[in-house]
Design a binder for this molecule. Structure first.
Ligand code: TXA
Ligand code: MG
Length: 342
């Protein structure tokens, strides 16, 4: 698809104005957020939203997150605001937290993929906020990758996937969180975590008291399970290679990977643990720096394609804090294939 001469806009006043103009005219624009780059369009314009699905090759039953820059815009999007949402918004907005509400009638079906709910988030990235404010419309935005690929954390990642498919990308530098927002469903009796992210379960529990964790966060959903969050059922974040997660101490990991060495075998490991590996590798932060792992995991998955890996053994991250989000993304990149070595 080569419909556009995709232009790379700077995250300055001129770029922000141009992006807002395109968005107001019903076009899509990739914008930086603190989590990952999003492919934005006017959330209240069904035709504009459809362009997002086309550009990404996204299944139509997977709903989108609506982004706002001002809490006063929440009312018109949702049918009701539970108390738990007010508490969470107070504490964690703007930031990497998405909340699911019952939707109002102005949300087009294409945004919520026919569900009775809508996902809303207020990002903290100054460029994202400036664009939403300048456009003066809520923006629907999934991650700005081709459907199935790792989410983009730089403008270069977006161009790699989307050049020719969208009119513009706004460059806001590298995303500082690096994994997509935490998604919490507030429409049931108890808040439920659907996707782990930068706002950790520990942070949610500290203000909510309790939190259910959807089983899909750590394990594969049975094929016949109706997905509450349709995105949970899709294989995602995958490089071209077959990825296998390996839970093991550093020495055991290297010995195991070396024993599997064949044409196309590669490793994804923590910084400083590549020493005895006899295969090509990429690293994704130190074993103990969970924030660095989150920031680097998607770029590392993309680099595996650059080195032509066919089978990748990936050192398994810790599941604490934001590590749960990294673990979840890797599990989904592997199709839930984990090997545990003692
Ligand atoms: O950090 C992020 O959340 C990024 C940036 C751009 O904001 N966006 C993002 O969007 O990751 P996307 O579309 O790649 O992921 C949205 C997830 C999907 O798993 C989708 O199924 C779920 O949120 N979702 C959206 N609306 C929902 C709803 N009404 N009910 C349940 N899940 C929903
Ligand atoms: Mg996505």
């Amino acid at each position: 698809m080569n419909l556009y001469e995709t232009c790379l806009l700077k995250g300055n006043e001129k770029g922000i104005k141009k992006a807002a103009e395109l968005l107001r005219s019903g076009e899509t624009v990739a914008i930086p957020t603190e989590t990952v780059y999003g492919l934005a369009a006017n959330a209240l314009d069904d035709k504009a939203v459809r362009r997002i699905f086309e550009a990404k090759g996204r299944p139509r039953d997977n709903p989108l997150i609506v982004h706002i820059s001002d809490i006063n815009r929440l009312d018109e999007l949702v049918a009701d605001i539970p108390k738990s949402a007010m508490i969470l918004a107070d504490k964690y907005w703007p930031g990497p937290l998405t909340m699911i509400f019952n939707r109002s009638l102005i949300i087009p079906d294409s945004v919520s993929a026919g569900l009775s709910t809508v996902a809303v988030r207020m990002p903290s990235h100054p460029v994202a906020r400036a664009i939403i404010k300048e456009a003066d419309i809520p923006l629907a935005a999934p991650s700005a990758n081709r459907s199935g690929s790792p989410s983009p954390t730089t403008a270069a990642h977006v161009l790699h996937d989307m050049r020719g498919r969208i009119p513009a990308v706004v460059d806001g530098g590298e995303c500082i969180v690096g994994v997509e927002s935490t998604v919490v469903d507030l429409t049931g009796n108890q808040p439920k975590l659907l996707r782990p992210g930068g706002i950790t379960p520990e942070m949610l529990i500290s203000v909510l008291g309790g939190l259910q964790i959807h089983p899909a966060v750590k394990s594969r959903l049975p094929d016949d399970e109706p997905a509450v969050s349709p995105g949970l059922k899709y294989k995602h974040y995958s490089p071209k290679a077959d990825v296998v997660l390996v839970k093991a101490a550093p020495d055991r990991f290297a010995d195991f990977v070396n024993s599997q060495k064949r044409e196309g075998t590669a490793a994804m490991c923590f910084d400083g643990e590549e020493g005895t590996l006899q295969v090509p590798f990429v690293t994704y932060g130190s074993r103990h720096d969970l924030n660095a792992q989150a920031r680097r995991v998607f770029d590392a998955l993309r680099r595996l394609d650059d080195i032509g890996a066919a089978t990748v053994y990936c050192s398994c991250p810790d599941e604490k804090g934001i590590g749960l989000a990294v673990y979840n993304r890797l599990l989904r990149a592997t199709g839930y294939e984990v090997i545990e070595l003692d």
